[in-house]
Design a protein around this ligand. Sequence first.
Ligand code: MN
Length: 293
Amino acid sequence: MRLAVFDDSRVGVVRGDDIHDITELVPPEFDSWPEQRLNWLIRNWTRVADRLADPGKFPVVAASSVVLRAANPAPPQLFAIPANYRAHIGEIGAMAITKGGRTAREAGFFLKAAGSVSGAGEPIPLPAGSARRFDHECELGVIIGKQGRNVPRERAMEYVFGFACLIDLTMRIQPGEFEEDRSLRKSFRGFTPLGPHLVTADEIGDLGTLTSRLSVNGEQRQGAVLGDMIVDVAEAIELITSVVDVQPGDVIASGTPKGVGPLVPGDEVAIAIDEIGAMTLTVTEAAAAPRPF
Ligand code: MN
């Protein structure tokens, strides 16, 4: 099943050019906290499965008439895996925290602010007036389906609810100058586009055979086979849950292959992953903030 979060965080099932609006499955109390609707649905998925057997009976809207929000607009936690493709490690030299050849297996995970997620219908706003370098990272987004603690990799895929394309935007460090923490540099609003839809795990065949690619203004910059990840999705879940519990709706950014590169306002960034989907976003400039970067 292909789920869309749209407009005021309504939730729908995508069928071709239509979206069947299933928001009525979520308790009406969530109308005052709409960003949490999808988390409620994931958490209660087995309870609503019967009513979802025929999505066609729910009200339909044209996909072209809605604004797509993040595949999960309010992940409880947003984990990210660094240095997870050998060809990426070291490619940006002193601008990378991961210099020295360490992989995700040694470096573990880091956190992005969950508030950095955005959707296929939204822009990527770079901090106003900044002279810094902002890079795209083409990644598979993994959405967690149930609470997990100390999950061995052999059972980890049971904890995956679904997948989406994910761009991990990064403000690069400036060699020799003050280095902001990675969590700040990757957490600006709109720095984690996640979409265009949430594709449930049962729709996906062999994850390792899928390819991901990212282009800027029509020119391909990144492309990889997901099977080339050093720490695969199952090992990432084993790693994370050895430290802290995962929760329904959590998102994991699984790491970028080589080819990261800069973005400037006006660029069009397109990301696609086989069987999962494709989306194109426009890079813009954010409104001025009290603290410039
Ligand atoms: Mn990344």
